[in-house]
Design a protein around this ligand. Structure first.
Ligand code: ZN
Length: 433
């Protein structure tokens, strides 16, 4: 019996390490391919045809340097990340945190699920502390060197602290709900947990724009002026409630510029970074706004939530099958428990599901193409969106020539050249300029 159990633990460890190594290898090799590809293109000044003459050789050179610096950093960050994950999984950290949380949480009535909550939060805190050096280097060395960083160490640490408080306020009731359902709701706990998590996720999507994001940034209605007038007219024309358009003080932390659409129902918002508005003409700003309204019109947030819901359903069902399998817990030095099952799901499932990353990114890219086409159709012109994209690409020093496998795997947005080609095709199809 004893022998058999240890054989099964062995099997769990080997299986996990195989998938873990595979994931690491795939991501490492993709990064290396991308570094080589970009530096070769850069050395030969090989811009995609569509971008030739639109981007100065100086801007191109800078974007190559920035991409290569990020790629080289990613090389070390990924090794560091893998070591951290292995130390936490096999270096006695989990059993230590389990004992600690039983000591601390044991003082509370069992109905409060304090042991489980403390364990899950302890693991999360360990991870975020260990990832601090990577974040600090990336912000204050890498981004700083290319002039993007506008944050101070003080602001950075305040952000982290605020993030921690927010995760406590949200995480404690969330973990309580999940652990309660796992332990008290019978054999179909996973189904109840599924509905609970889904409802929680919806709630988060609703409250994020109005309650959470404002803790970190200032959101103000668009300033009066030509852009505002034209945006209001455009929004009215396509049926978007204009009270949801805001600018955000992104320049507080970074010179990178962006725009996004967020929220559901009444809480929906389009957010334009102040850095974006400074860089763009009115026409370009309108094109970006039309793109974001496109996301809303085509219900992209809802579609993403449905796909994530399907994954969640499958994940919880698989967890319900594995939760009684002792060797799974013993392999990582843990006793079977709901909280250990939750944490193991969080820590090891990624190595088995990373194949889904390129599929999710593919769906996201499809949505980006749709929103771009919406912009062309709405403005009856593809030029402003094209110019806005070029503008964003140059200002953010985006990679103009990613390795196709790298962008296929990692990119949630098509490359600039791909988007420009699609914009022109749509313009030709509609018979506009
Ligand atoms: Zn978009």
């Amino acid at each position: 019996m004893l022998f058999k159990a240890s054989t099964m633990e062995h099997f769990v460890i080997v299986l996990f390490l195989t998938f873990f190594a595979l994931e690491f290898l795939v991501e490492f090799v993709l990064n290396e391919l991308n570094i080589r590809y970009v530096s070769r293109k850069g050395a030969n000044a090989e811009l995609p045809d569509l971008l030739a003459g639109k981007i100065s050789s100086e801007d191109y050179r800078k974007s190559v340097e920035y991409t290569l610096a990020k790629g080289r950093f990613e090389r070390w960050a990924s090794i560091y990340g893998a070591v951290v994950a292995l130390v936490i999984l096999f270096g006695g950290v989990l059993p230590f945190l389990d004992r600690l949380s039983r000591d601390l949480g044991g003082r509370f009535p069992p109905g409060l699920k304090a042991v489980g909550i403390i364990f899950c939060l302890g693991v999360a805190l360990t991870f975020s502390l260990l990832s601090l050096p990577v974040g600090l280097y990336s912000t204050f060395v890498l981004e700083e060197r290319f002039g993007f960083n506008k944050s101070t160490l003080r602001l950075y640490l305040i952000d982290k602290l605020k993030g921690l408080l927010v995760s406590l306020v949200i995480g404690i009731p969330f973990l309580f709900g999940v652990l309660y359902l796992m332990e008290e709701s019978g054999p179909y706990w996973w189904l109840w947990a599924f509905f609970f998590i889904l409802a929680f996720q919806l709630l988060m999507v609703m409250i994020y724009p109005t309650l959470i994001a404002p803790l970190f940034n200032k959101f103000s209605p668009l300033k009066a002026g030509e852009l505002r007038e034209r945006i209001l007219a455009l929004a009215e024309r396509v049926g978007f409630k204009t009270s949801g358009i805001y600018t955000m003080d992104g320049s507080k932390r970074s010179a990178h510029s962006n725009a996004y659409f967020t929220g559901l129902g009444k809480a929906k918002r389009i957010v334009l970074f102040d850095t974006l508005l400074e860089q763009m003409t009115v026409e370009q700003g309108l094109a970006v706004l039309a793109h974001e309204i496109g996301h809303y019109k085509m219900k992209h947030i809802r579609k993403m939530l449905i796909v994530q819901g399907i994954f969640l359903f499958a994940g919880l069902y698989i967890l319900s099958l594995l939760i009684g399998y002792e060797p799974l817990f013993r392999a990582f030095g843990l006793m079977p428990s709901s909280h250990a099952a939750l944490v193991l799901l969080g820590l090891i499932s990624g190595s088995f599901t990373f194949y889904l990353t390129p599929l999710m990114n593919r769906l996201s890219r499809k949505h980006e193409y749709e929103a771009d086409r919406f912009s062309v159709k709405t403005l009856e012109d593809s030029k402003p969106m094209e110019e806005a994209l070029l503008n964003l690409t140059v200002k953010n020093l985006s990679n103009l020539t990613p390795h196709p496998w790298y962008s296929g795997y990692h990119y949630s947005h098509p490359t600039t050249a791909e988007r420009i080609r699609a914009l022109r095709e749509e313009a030709a199809r509609l018979g506009v300029s």
